[in-house]
Design a protein around this ligand. Structure first.
Ligand code: DGY
Length: 334
């Protein structure tokens, strides 16, 4: 033994508030630097944080492109997202550099589906609107026909996409007495929960349309004026996936013109949106949440834990448990 301390791999973490024990465990094994700023790091700050690191632990809204990967430098082996969606990642740039990118499937589907069910109930039953009236002191003067919503039981739910979250929502919807149908470009089989239908048929025959597709160049603006026009005027649109899939201007005008009953969004195009004067926040038939689909104590901790396990695996020379489809996932690929 020559007494020289072993150099520990460097890991950067882009947020200080990550729940659970994952970050503390990483810190017990590696040289971990956590972004401590009051605001999220800018791209330049993130690049500085990442310099000479072997691993980055990021959240879904951190951009991972060539600049960040190059700023990190040639030691970088793994970028672990505490997020299932990975539209923020330039997958080709990571693959070209032999960097493994991982995400967090399997741990958040049920939690996010709970919020989708909540949005369906809140929008269709006008629950937020009626609570606002109560807060304004209007309860005593409300007539019998105030805040009449539309039934959820007996309604047909149309799922755009049929991955983990959509299927978790289908299970809940069946329990609520809904009929379920889905559209997916490749998974065309029916199962015990849902039957496959063509996209146009899904739009025109569903009482609730719920979006569960990733944001890709093909799905940007997938629900625009033409698609909203195909939907029933009594229908509800729900989006817990990514804001960019729905054209918000078209949605607002459909709601204002009474061409759509209601909508529930957990995601917005330019999130986070903080302007209280934003017309989308003022629309009574629209329920908007600040991207809380996976926001429970247990699930956010599980997401960070899985991201930490991905880092530990790659830095130990093992395969990452949950690599992104299409990225290098063999250790030492670089
Ligand atoms: C995800 O994991 O993709 C959720 O949207 C939370 O970011």
């Amino acid at each position: 033994m020559n007494g020289t301390p072993a150099i520990r791999p460097r890991v950067a973490v882009s947020r200080s508030e990550l729940p659970g024990g994952g970050v503390a465990r990483l810190a017990s094994r590696y040289d971990v630097t956590v972004w401590e700023g009051a605001a999220p790091p800018t791209p330049a700050q993130l690049a500085e944080l990442a310099r000479d690191c072997e691993a980055l632990l990021l959240i879904g809204s951190d951009r991972v492109g060539a600049e960040l990967l190059d700023a990190a430098g040639p030691r970088l082996r793994v970028v672990a997202l505490a997020s299932m969606g990975y539209d923020s990642v330039d997958v080709a740039a990571a693959s070209e550099r032999g960097v493994v990118v991982t995400h967090t499937p399997d741990v958040l589907a049920d939690t996010t589906a709970d919020v989708a069910i909540a949005l369906i109930l809140m929008a269709r039953r006008r629950l937020v609107d009626s609570m606002d009236a109560m807060r304004r002191g209007e309860w005593g003067s409300l007539p019998m026909n105030a805040f009449l919503g539309l039934d959820v039981h007996g309604a047909t739910l149309g799922l755009i996409g049929y991955g983990q979250i959509a299927r978790a929502l289908a299970r809940r919807a069946v329990g609520f007495g809904m009929r379920v149908q889905h559209h997916h470009p490749r998974r065309k089989e029916d199962d015990e929960l849902s039957r496959w239908v063509p996209f146009e048929e899904l739009l025109s025959t569903s009482d609730v349309v719920s979006v569960h597709t990733p944001l890709t160049p093909e799905t940007v603006g997938m629900i625009g004026a033409a698609e909203l026009a195909r939907m029933k005027p009594t229908a509800t649109l729900v989006n817990t996936a990514r804001g960019g899939i729905v054209d918000e201007d078209a949605l607002l005008s459909a709601l204002r013109r009474g061409e759509l009953h209601s909508a529930g969004l957990d995601v917005m195009v330019d999130e986070p949106r903080v302007d209280p004067a934003d017309p989308l926040f003022a629309e009574p038939r629209l329920v908007v949440l600040p991207h809380v689909g996976s926001a429970t104590v247990q699930t956010r901790a599980a997401m960070v834990e899985l991201a930490a396990r991905n880092i530990e695996a790659v830095l130990s020379g093992e395969s990452a448990p949950t690599p992104l489809p299409g990225t290098a996932h063999r250790p030492g690929a670089r």
